[in-house]
Design a protein around this ligand. Structure first.
Ligand SMILES: CC(C)(COP(=O)(O)OP(=O)(O)OC[C@H]1O[C@@H](n2cnc3c(N)ncnc32)[C@H](O)[C@@H]1OP(=O)(O)O)[C@@H](O)C(=O)NCCC(=O)NCCS
Length: 149
């Protein structure tokens, strides 16, 4: 992800979350040395479009997924699986052993996605989003395994 991607990223972000990140928040991730941010592009209606993105932090062996979203018109096609698969492989190659994330209790689509990759519920952060609890999910990466979809 670069500054040039942010108009497309913000369109998806604003359509995806009740409390979306601002442009400033994405900009600070781009300048944060512990943060990695990737976009996924696909061919759609004859042109290449930015379909989704993922932002995560890596600090001393642990990764934390901060944000992931796919454009509403491109959901249900396996693009989040591809994005997450890429990110987990990248983390594994960077020596990460544990991955954490927070997800809204009601976000069935995201919870199913994470479970598919072996994430398990670790604990609950009550009222984390103000109006809703967060489920904290954790995945232990096994070094040397090849992560497919
Ligand atoms: C969650 C999200 C990223 C999934 O993106 P996607 O590209 O549609 O997901 P995929 O097509 O790769 O599906 C991956 C898996 O997620 C689950 N899933 C996806 N959409 C689902 C839905 N509507 N209901 C239930 N499970 C769903 C399924 O297990 C699916 O695997 P399957 O197709 O083999 O059954 C997307 O819905 C999104 O951007 N939501 C808004 C932002 C968000 O909530 N991000 C997560 C914050 S924690």
């Amino acid at each position: 992800m670069t500054e040039d991607d942010l108009d497309d990223v913000l369109r998806i972000e604003n359509l995806s979350f009740p409390q979306p990140w601002t442009r400033g928040m994405f900009e600070s991730e781009l300048h944060n040395p512990v943060s990695s941010a990737f976009v996924e592009r696909v061919a759609y209606k004859g042109e290449e479009v930015l379909a989704g993105y993922i932002v995560f932090w890596m600090v001393v062996g642990e990764a934390h997924i901060m944000n992931i979203a796919v454009a509403p018109e491109l959901r249900g096609m396996g693009l989040a699986k591809r994005l997450l698969s890429f990110a987990l492989n990248y983390m594994e190659q960077s020596g990460i052993s544990s991955v954490f994330l927070e997800v809204r209790r009601s976000n069935t689509a995201a919870r199913r996605l994470y479970e598919k990759f072996g994430f398990e519920e670790a604990f609950v952060r009550e009222r984390y989003y103000g109006d809703e609890d967060a489920i904290v999910m954790r995945l232990e990466l096994k070094q040397g395994s090849c992560r497919g979809i």
